[in-house]
Ligand binder design. Sequence first.
Ligand code: NAD
Length: 980
Amino acid sequence: MSDLYEAQTIAIARQLWAASQESRNFFSQLREQMRIEDKLLGWAMEHPGLRVQLFRLIDCLPSLRSKTEVARHLQEYLSDPSVELPEALKKLLNFAQPDSLPAQAAATTFTTAVQALAHKYIAGETTEQVLKTIGRLRKQGMLVTMDILGEAVITEVEAQQYCDRYLDLMQHLSPLGQREGINPVQVSVKLTAFYSQFDPLDVSGCRAKVGEPIRRLLHRAQELGVAVHFDMEQYTYKDITLAILKEILLEPEFRDRADIGLTLQAYLRDSYQDAQDLITWAQQRGTPITVRVVKGAYWDQEVIKAVQQDWPLPVYQHKQDTDANFERITELLLSHHTVLRTAIASHNVRSQARAIAIAQHQRIPPTAMECQVLYGMADKLAKALVDAGQTVRVYCPYGDLIPGMAYLIRRLLENTANSSFLRQQLGAVNIDELLAPPQPTADFGAGNVHVTTGKTSTFANAANSDYARASQREAIQAALIHVHRQLGQTYTPIINGDRVHPLEYSESLNPSQPEEIVGRVGLATIEDAEHAIRAAKAAQAQWQQTPVAERATLLRRAANLLEAQRHELVAWMCYEVGKVVAEGDAEVSEAVDFCRYYADEMERLSGGYDRNFPGETNHYHYQGRGIAVVISPWNFPLAIPTGMTVAALVSGNCTILKPADPAAVTAAKLAEILIAAGFPPGVFQFLPGRGSVIGPYLTKHPDVHLIAFTGSQEVGCRIIAEAAVLQRGQTHIKRVIAEMGGKNAIIIDESADLDQAVAGVVQSAFGYSGQKCSACSRVIVLESIYQPFVQRLVEATQSLNIGPAHLPSTRVGPVVTAAARDRIQEYIAKGQQEAELALSVPVPSVGYFVSPTIFTNVPPTATIAQEEIFGPVLAVLRAETFSQAIEIANATAYALTGGLYSRTPSHIQQAKVQFAVGNLYINRGITGAIVDRQPFGGFKLSGIGSKAGGRDYLLQFLEPRVITENVQRQGFAPIVGVDD
Ligand code: NAD
């Protein structure tokens, strides 16, 4: 970094620092010391445990509808053992009952304090209030940019309202506006809020959807003399946001507009490159726009996402790297001030001083740069900047406090974070240190940084594709085209290494476009099944003797092959069973994980253990059971057959895979991969065929030792019964692993974050058209929020795009077959007799489509609340109390997955104990279990297996043995640890 500006930077920074530190008068200091809201922040800085609980409490506060509830939550959150309570807070919490008088008083005190805190950072709740704030700021010589606080836009109604609210706000701002030069009033908008289905995979769809409101807004803004600035949000939206804006701003009607801006976040590792690209683009455009440089407000979220997905970390890990990058971008932009204007948005005195020093040095015209601060965050710095002759704009969020909470929490985090300048300047940090140039770390120039912070397992899950990256979007599009050309081919059973050619074939159709034949699959006969069993029997002894390391190597090889063919496999699933791209991609990851995880697990188990005594050795170890038959469902056409098959193989069992008919082509692809990985003939065999014909033959066969089944409860129970019958010549008891259906519920209580709850329920209920055993098919809502929840749920579901699975815009594809469609329609007809139909939407006429359907006021005993429908049908049920909600949730024959949206610690605790499900998900969707992280499977009628992808799974495929040897000879045996 150039030193040209350093001396001046420090001089300006010192002046700004001095001016913004001017002492407050005695009374204001005294008043501030007495305000509880200030004390809250002070305590949060001193006590990390309190900070976490306090911010969580503030987050849920607006959802609480009575003082009693506030008091109850105050006590629940702050009595957590992790919280170190200052005396004053202890006193506040000292009440016995949440509905007592002292409790009500505490609730009032706390709510008032949080409101006061919010008012510090939120420029007003109404247009009148905000216009007053603008007036006050204007008197102080400051300009504004207005941000309307909003809930997450998850419905198209909300997207429309968002745009309308801005049009209305601009109307009010118009008298303060100006058509030329620096515009005193500006609005800041977010692209994702214009379209509820904003998704980086669907670039052209998003461009079309947001283009219309953007153009409307830009036209109207010009008429009203208000400038428009586009905010930047999470990293996943960055490239698509830039691409869409760059394109629109080159359109002839907008090309000469200088009153538009967009944002770069310096905490992003690729933001310097983005700045360079923007300069090139702006040169081509001809008229300057404004680039606001910020550090970035979603750091924690970005790190969490990157760690969870094992994606490269998009942000710098160290604050000084972000600061250094900020200065680098500042210098780059200011040196191109003829093509771009720059807005320096920071509360860091040095960052602002640096920009001013560069601007002065380069004699940049005042119109080419402005300084920006957030409302309420750095009032004194803003004033000092105005006094120093700078153009200062204040970013003013306004609107209701409830949607404002997310904003408030971000500000509170910033204000109390150890690394924040605002926090540091309050502390004992030496001024020279505080203003010194940021020293980049060794990590500054690094690309492709992966972090594992906070993980407690060493197992590395395969990373899903990140469709925010153009290369991965292009790869899946190419695969869809490539695979489409291969539709209609023929696949055969593979017995003892040979492809056999049966007389009968079944056609696997594309459910989005049933005239398309995905493939013809040969149907194995009973004779074929018998051949396969004989081949397996012949191969068994040698396979069982094959060292575990060799067997594990084959699994890892299969994992690599699956990963190498990731995009093609996604495309096959998309065409064969109507799975949308993102869901198919996650499924490939799961298949890969199963291979690697079970390879690791078998190696862990293979050593067994010893319990030796002097003169006696005892060795506990495992061996394969024998011949395994795997019977898989169609709904996870890759992951489930892979998981069951490789578990059986690595445990030393010769394995016959019988896939589900509607998914037999995808299974044939898996078979090709397993054979290519090196599983010998006889050890792995592929036996597509009619379940009702070869299924019973295989499961009843006396030479079969183990059946791994995943599918419906009806078939599962039949297999268990059949397997229990000893056949002639059978000298063992068969082991059956049966993972079956679910009737899964999500409970929503009053304290739930509705943005999250609605999105989570929609995804869990309608993702893959509800055809997951883990899908949400009941949502149980507490009376107090029933109405608002249902309204948003219906609108959000109505906003989903329904269409052929291969289109990037599709969120809900078809169901798998015509028979499935008809069966689901029968349930819908039944539902209409049992409850109120709240939503049904038109669906494409070609393909096996069923409308996402919502029934409300469903009685808990109704058929649609009890039976597994396996389609996009959701029953909404009411509950008076939380305990009743749990009772309703538990009142079915299944116990697979369940969910809870709540911010009430005691409810979360109660659900952990009482909600009877195999997999309970709290404050997130209930589908998408990940190997090792969420081992998966249920109990009651949902299954009798130990969780797939978990530590007990392989044990089911193994026989444990113990070998005891007396090693004493004539009273002699070496005794370890005793000298001769
Ligand atoms: P299904 O029971 O109809 O079929 C499953 C498999 O069993 C298929 O391969 C089929 O050909 C075979 N089959 C059918 N009749 C047979 C018989 N008499 N003997 C032996 N095999 C026979 O289930 P499906 O429609 O493929 O899958 C959907 C069901 O699977 C749902 O109930 C769902 O909840 C369940 N499922 C459960 C899990 C879980 O982990 N618990 C996971 C996925 C799916």
